[in-house]
Design a protein around this ligand. Structure first.
Ligand code: 7TS
Length: 406
């Protein structure tokens, strides 16, 4: 199948507007991606025709809603190539998925002196939950350095592992540098050292195919909203045997098999980890997003975005005073840069005036900024609907910044 980006663009109604008199060029996909019509329609249709709570009703609507809701688990399972559908836990987002692992698996399995290994390029979502455990349990948080180019070297991961390491928790793809980490090798190294591996897939899942079995990941997390689906829905994948041994994260309705004031019994995974009414409408929206992406083919999306990244890197680097931050060998379509004269916030503001939406700041990765010796970057993050013309608009707007400040 050929990938027709202009047809794809027409599937996203929000993209047809103008901003400050210019056609919108949306390059802030790393923060959140736009939604195709099919996601919007699926959610609206469910609410207008078929809405009810799940897992509790004897009435027709509730039974149908339960069937529709549970029908999404095998879709997610196939999308990330999990072995079993009960390995798919619905959460609010990547952040909640990581906190679930920290509070449930972490509290049950870690003790003072045990080590959790992360890298210097992690998002705060994969730093702070482990620091909270450090404060509560006395575990040690170790950090693998990132090279000046933005690579995480497998030798450095191996060097930081020891028999004290119990978990290696790393981003699949850096939200700032675009670096795609050598996930398979990192998981293998973790296992060789007797540790488990958690992959933060927030930025990886939208740019290329994910395969938790090929990686042999123990935990994998992602958010629906960066995957062209709705906000409020995320996924935690955990290997069946691990989830089976983990205590609940939150207590309440829907996660129990029986409750008395003396004793409560919990359901098996994944329900044990899904207390309260879930994000029913959003789960159906996530299904629509995954089906939309699968029909286009994640490999086709990856190839299209890679071409955009190559073109944009070349064009931006040629502008006087621009420095690309993150030159890793293997990158997803995320392009951070700084300019000699202009602060990233000024760049972001001027680009917005040209209709180009980017993010400027520390990108919730302050330790990485410290590590690189910078305070902020301007970041263009591409999605499947971006075009060569979008890159040209970015380059024209950055050239204008250079003219103003240079
Ligand atoms: N992990 C990574 C690698 C991320 O990039 C993000 C969000 C998260 C975790 C958290 O995801 P959430 O859905 O739970 O919030 N990253 C960004 C970003 O780069 N700009 O805005 C949010």
């Amino acid at each position: 199948m050929t990938f027709d980006v202009y047809a794809v663009q027409r599937d996203f109604p929000v993209l047809s507007q103008t901003v400050h008199g210019h056609p919108l060029v949306y390059l802030d996909n790393g923060a959140s991606a736009q939604k195709p019509q099919i996601v919007i329609d699926t959610m609206a249709r469910f609410m207008s025709d078929a809405y009810a709570n799940v897992h509790r009703g004897v009435h027709t609507l509730s039974q149908k809603a339960t069937e529709a809701f549970e029908g999404v688990r095998p879709i997610v399972q196939r999308f990330i190539n999990a072995a079993h559908e009960d390995e798919i836990v619905f959460t609010r987002n990547t952040t909640e998925s990581i906190n679930l692992v920290a509070q449930s698996w972490g509290r049950a399995n870690l003790k003072k002196g045990d080590e959790v290994l992360i890298t210097a390029l992690e998002h705060h979502a994969n730093i702070v939950p482990w620091q909270m455990l450090r404060d509560a349990l006395g575990i040690v948080l170790r950090v693998v350095p990132v090279t000046p180019e933005g690579d995480v070297r497998i030798e450095d991961v191996r060097a930081a592992l020891s028999d004290k390491t119990k978990l290696v928790a790393v981003a699949h793809t850096s939200n700032v540098l675009g670096t795609v980490l050598p996930i398979k090798e990192i998981v293998q190294a973790a296992h060789d050292a007797g540790a488990l591996a958690l992959i933060d897939g927030a930025q990886g899942v939208c740019h290329d195919a994910s395969d938790v079995q090929a990686w042999d990941a123990d935990f994998f997390c992602f958010s629906g909203h960066k995957l062209y689906g709705p906000t409020g829905i995320g996924v935690l994948y955990g290997k069946r045997a691990l989830l089976a041994e983990m205590p609940p994260y939150q207590g309440g309705g829907d996660m129990i098999s029986s409750v008395s004031f003396e004793k409560t019994l919990y359901k098996d995974p994944p329900y044990r980890f899904e207390a309260g009414t879930p994000a029913i409408v959003e789960v159906l929206g996530l299904r629509a997003a995954i089906e939309y992406l699968s029909a286009l083919g994640m490999q086709n999306i990856a190839a299209h975005e890679h071409a955009l990244l190559t073109y944009a890197t070349q064009k931006l680097a040629a502008i006087e005073g621009v420095r690309i931050v993150g030159q890793a060998k293997h990158k997803a379509a995320i392009l951070s840069f700084v300019m000699d004269q202009a602060h990233p916030h000024d760049i972001g503001t001027i680009l917005d005036r040209c209709g180009v939406a980017i993010r400027a700041g520390h990108h919730c990765a302050q330790p990485l900024m410290d590590h690189l010796g910078i305070v902020a970057t301007a970041r263009a993050s591409f999605g499947l609907y971006n075009t060569i013309e979008d890159v040209d608009a970015l380059v024209a707007a950055v050239t204008k910044v250079q003219e103003i400040f240079g």
